[in-house]
Design a protein around this ligand. Structure first.
Ligand code: SAM
Ligand code: ZN
Length: 543
């Protein structure tokens, strides 16, 4: 059964910066509690959004966390930072904001359409290279809403075009090939580029030793993708006279014809509120916790810095083939950080890296994790693939290393991806496999089994009246059974059902009836889903 965590909420600490496929913190926490003790050493060489690192130190474990993505390490540092004096940070932040020159602030000035005082707009909508409307929120008279741009607003843009940007900004930094423009700077309006480069200069001027520098840097990095042209117009909000800014939700850098130019200063201030909430929360959770947190931008294939047999527990979540292109998607952040990620080491399925290379690199990292783990201690690894061939290869690899099977569980991700919602048969859940390192594994000769046989006996054991399952639910069950059969019973599986499509064909071949049901999408629309009525299996023999 999947672990039910529907009652759990997002924690403030994971709202300070967007990161893909963050694991639900309460699940990571449960695993750390179950498989390790206070003062133990926990390792996660694919730390991503920082969840393992923070939950481990909050539970008084020591942690070693790596990622090849520089922004992931900055983010994890900020989440895990202890002893931040928030009162002093507030004073520091106020002074910092005062340093933004008036001529820079003026770039967002407009007149309140109600009281006619000069105010800063929140954002403005661009359509075919012209601004059409502005969203304003007046502190003076309380007026809020979308208003037409004026001649004066448009004239300001002409003046802005003449400004020469003196500060550093990522100039001519390549974006990934699937982007709508070639370079990072082309994702910004001239106005936003001027303001971002000014704030960035002010942050760079802060002393390296200053404890608040990383907080401001992370706030800046988050602002840097809230102020690109990929922010689409949310027409539903616009028609209700609300702030029309959408989010950068696509997994690529696109530039729609109509986009929202968010005010950099306004959104930078907004990040401040988020960081204060998060650090209030983490201060309470880390109070008096004195364990160590070692973080580094480093590849999981090379854990040389960690001694063999020294780690008490590994909790990790490697990239799932090519599902998310972490480094590509972090291009804007890493360019502003002026950091060059080690792209060659990225474990990914891409144009230049095929499936063999992906499996080979995952294999090297799994061997490294095995080496660093103490005998008798556990590794928990999260996976989620829509291809059973990849599952099979990874499971065989784990089986060959010298682990004993402990447990496999499926759980709902915090936030379903777009595909998980909209594709019939999108894989719905994540899987966590836990294994124990043993000093000598009894290697018996492997027996062979066809995947279709596993599925067939699974169905036979589920023939209960009224049971019907979605294709993806079948898929999850197959993965769990396949994991147990390979890792616990030492079978070699012949994959004759490759993915969700071939699974549907196989189920149909067995004479299992399809039922159409309706499900609500996250957009509020209903859509058809296919369910398989197991009770109606016509043939009793494997065809
Ligand atoms: C699935 S995410 C981890 C998400 C994380 N569990 C969380 O809860 O936020 C995988 C991470 O692996 C990183 N990565 C990819 N190749 C890597 C490598 N060779 N070494 C270390 N990290 C790598 C990516 O940058 C990404 O942050
Ligand atoms: Zn007003």
């Amino acid at each position: 059964m999947a672990i039910d965590n529907s009652h759990k909420k997002y924690a403030e600490r994971y709202k300070i910066h967007q990161y893909w496929s963050r694991k639900p913190w309460y699940i990571v926490r449960n695993y750390i509690e179950k498989y390790s003790d206070i003062n133990d050493v926990i390792l996660d060489p694919f730390v991503g959004g920082g969840v393992t690192a923070f939950e481990a130190i909050a539970l008084e474990r020591n942690v070693i966390a790596y990622d090849i993505n520089p922004v992931s390490i900055l983010l994890t540092k900020v989440i895990c930072e202890k002893d931040i004096d928030l009162w002093s940070f507030n004073q520091f932040f106020l002074k910092f904001m005062q340093k933004i020159p008036d001529n820079v602030r003026d770039l967002y000035k407009t007149k309140c359409r109600n009281c006619h005082k000069e105010i800063s707009f929140v954002n403005t909508i661009w359509d075919s290279n012209q601004i059409t409307s502005l969203y304003i929120s007046c502190n003076n008279c309380g007026f809020k809403g979308n208003v037409q741009s004026t001649e004066e607003d448009r004239a300001k843009l002409k003046e802005i075009e003449k400004i020469k940007i003196e500060n550093w900004y990522p100039n001519n930094c390549d974006l990934p090939k699937n982007s709508d423009v070639d370079y990072v700077h082309e994702l910004y309006t001239k106005r936003n580029l001027i303001v971002l480069s000014e704030i960035y200069r002010l942050i760079c001027d802060i002393d390296e030793e200053n404890p608040f520098k990383n907080l401001l840097l992370l706030m800046f990095i988050s602002t840097s993708t809230r102020t690109i042209k990929s922010i689409f117009v949310n027409h539903h909000r616009l028609s209700n006279n609300l702030n029309p800014a959408g989010v950068w939700g696509e997994k690529r850098f696109w530039v729609p014809k109509q986009f929202v130019e968010n005010n950099v200063i306004y959104y930078f201030n907004e990040r401040y509120e988020k960081i204060i909430k998060a650090k209030n929360e983490t201060s309470a959770l880390l109070n008096n916790k004195r364990t160590n947190c070692t973080l580094d931008v480093s590849p999981a294939q090379d854990l040389n810095e960690i001694k063999s047999n020294s780690v008490d527990y590994v909790f990790t979540d490697p990239p799932y083939a090519g599902a998310v292109k972490y480094l590509d998607l972090s291009t804007v952040w890493n360019c502003w950080l002026n950091a060059k990620p080690m792209k060659d080491y990225e474990i990914i399925l891409s144009e230049d890296k095929n499936l063999d290379s992906y499996i080979n690199q995952i294999g090297i990292s799994l061997k490294e994790m095995f080496r660093t783990l103490k005998n008798g201690k556990h590794l928990s690894i999260c996976f989620h693939f829509s291809n059973l061939q990849i599952w099979n290869e990874i499971l065989q690899l784990l089986n060959s290393l010298g682990y004993e099977f402990d447990n496999v569980e499926i759980f709902e991700p915090m936030k379903k991806s777009h595909n998980q919602y909209t594709q019939e048969g999108g894989v719905e859940t994540d899987v966590i496999i836990t294994l124990k390192k043993v000093s000598s594994k009894n290697i018996q000769k492997q027996r062979e089994i066809k995947l279709s046989d596993i599925v067939f006996s699974m169905i036979a054991s589920m023939k209960i009246p009224g049971v019907s399952l979605k294709t993806a639910q079948f898929y999850d069950k197959i993965v769990v059974d396949m994991t147990k059969i390979i890792l616990s019973e030492n079978y070699r599986v012949v994959v004759d059902i490759k993915d969700l499509n071939s699974l549907s064909v196989f189920l149909e071949g067995l004479g299992i009836q399809r039922k159409i049901e309706y499900e609500m999408e996250y957009t509020g629309k209903t859509r058809e889903i296919i369910k398989w009525d197991i009770n109606n299996v016509k043939c009793v023999q494997h065809p």
